[in-house]
Design a protein around this ligand. Sequence first.
Ligand SMILES: Cc1cc2nc3c(=O)[nH]c(=O)nc-3n(C[C@H](O)[C@H](O)[C@H](O)COP(=O)(O)OP(=O)(O)OC[C@H]3O[C@@H](n4cnc5c(N)ncnc54)[C@H](O)[C@@H]3O)c2cc1C
Length: 394
Amino acid sequence: MINLTEEQQILKETARDFADNVLAPVASQIDREEKIPERIISQLNELGFWGITVPEKYGGAGLDTFALILVLEQISRACASTSVTLSVHNSLACNALVKYGSEKQKEKYLPRLATGEIIGAYSITEPDAGSDVASLRTTAKADREGGEGGDFYILNGIKLFVTSGPIASLIVMFARTRPSCTERSERIDISSKGEGISAFLVEPTFSGVKRGPAEEKMGIRGAPMCEIAMEDARIPKENLLGEENKGFNIAMDLLDCGRIGIAIQSVGIAQASLDYAIKYARERIQFGKPINKFQSIQWKLAEMATEIEAARLLVYQSALRRDKKLPHTKESSMAKLFASSIVNRAVKESLQIHGGMGYIKDFPIERLFRDAKVTEIYEGTSEIQHIIISRFLT
Ligand SMILES: Cc1cc2nc3c(=O)[nH]c(=O)nc-3n(C[C@H](O)[C@H](O)[C@H](O)COP(=O)(O)OP(=O)(O)OC[C@H]3O[C@@H](n4cnc5c(N)ncnc54)[C@H](O)[C@@H]3O)c2cc1C
């Protein structure tokens, strides 16, 4: 186990106290009502969790990626809906501005993002561009009528599966500023296919931006998600993020960080499922003794604990590499691939240990079982993580 500094230990304990005493008691309500209560959103602000990596100058905590994952791990133990909302907000939205925003953009958005007054989202997926995101078709054309180069970009296209889309006030969105590059390539060579894509800071209130209704989901039900349609949407020119046509590198760099967040979400859910299994196995008596006296149950628990520890170390390693500005694309993908795989084994075994009780909603493992699946899908499926990792090997 990595030795934490005193500051990191305090942060972890603060997050754990909040997770255990405030969040866990309302997690099933969040799942049922498909909404994080306002009270929780403002308590997360009091703890500084909406702006963990935002510099203090803009109202954030000014901490690093490692600090972010210490917090997300604890939050994920209690409520995966809250943790993914926080992860997307911090690692994809705030991070986009911190790393690529102009001073004017930072001043405009970061102070409100850092307090949770506004929630951030990230939108790249489209109906015909899921795993193959570089083939996205949403177009962005400079509006020449606005003067030299235009005052606006006009966006047209449909975005799918936007986490926090229904509640976000700022969406980091990707669109083509060079439509000629939309030709599909059979190769999975993202470096060339991504050319001509730009990143935009889109407010859902901009003219022509239309949010669809929240999707009904299997898990992470408290983290609302929707489609967003752009019909001649007018995005002010100053809301271009970074350089025109260089947005794909931004998208991929943000996902390197986002995947660390999803990996630690997996570790947190897995840890919770192990903790519930240990508790249940101690209390449940069959054949005259607690079921934790049966070797087959002990083996399940031992394997879960070992896999969780291994996943945690992979995630910690990728976060530390990011903080040290070392390459970490492979490490982030490995962490996400492994952690999302072991959490799905962990919830399955934990539910099995709960027997029939695990299948009813009175026990949290039923929710954890549903929440875990998506970790193998969003921010790049497990198949795509295999492709990314293998690129570094072959
Ligand atoms: C709950 C949820 C929240 C999400 N939040 C966001 C968000 O906030 N922002 C956003 O932009 N997107 C978001 N997504 C989208 C998510 O990232 C995509 O669903 C994911 O990348 C997969 O794309 P797809 O669903 O189109 O699947 P597809 O790409 O159609 O893949 C279908 C299957 O084929 C496999 N496959 C595809 N290509 C290959 C290949 N080359 N080799 C082997 N197998 C392959 C996939 O792994 C998968 O098993 C979210 C999705 C969900 C479910």
